[in-house]
Ligand binder design. Structure first.
Ligand code: CU
Length: 152
């Protein structure tokens, strides 16, 4: 059964359901030359109260959940241990605030590439659920509307 689910996830990566957790709209941007980190955007909906506790990817040395904090009048990224996922609420990551960050990319991200991710959610009863997600790589943002770090 697990193999069948994994296969379905591979072919229908737009929205991955695995039990209580749905992940949608997962995407990244192509990397600029020399860039070895990348921000992942995605939306997570958990049907039960839980927390996003880990994200991993075979193509990155490390994956962190980053929050944004004000420090001396500047917005800075800070790693978070976990991110609350209230039951039934869609939590968006990557829209200028909390985001998932790939560090130590093993290869550059090119438009059309797929970034494999494993997302781990822990529920209030301490049970964990892992969701396989494929994030599509979009072209590097340029010009209007391409402001990934806008705080609006
Ligand atoms: Cu970050």
């Amino acid at each position: 059964m697990r193999i069948i689910i994994a296969t379905i996830v591979l072919f229908f990566s737009i929205q991955a359901w695995a039990g209580n957790v749905a992940v949608s709209d997962a995407s990244a941007r192509a990397t600029a030359p020399g860039q070895d980190s990348a921000t992942i955007r995605l939306s997570i909906t958990s049907q039960k109260d839980g927390r996003l506790v880990a994200v991993s990817s075979a193509i990155a040395g490390a994956v962190e959940i980053h929050g944004m904090v004000h420090e001396n009048g500047m917005m800075k990224m800070r790693p978070m241990d976990s991110l609350p996922l209230p039951a039934g609420k869609t939590v968006k990551l990557g829209a200028g605030g909390t985001h998932v960050m790939l560090l130590g990319l093993k290869k550059p991200l090119k438009t059309g590439d797929i970034v494999p991710l494993v997302i781990t959610v822990e529920f209030t009863d301490k049970k964990q659920e892992k969701v396989d997600v494929n994030a599509g790589v979009k072209p590097l943002a340029t010009g209007r509307g391409g402001h990934d770090h806008s705080m609006h």
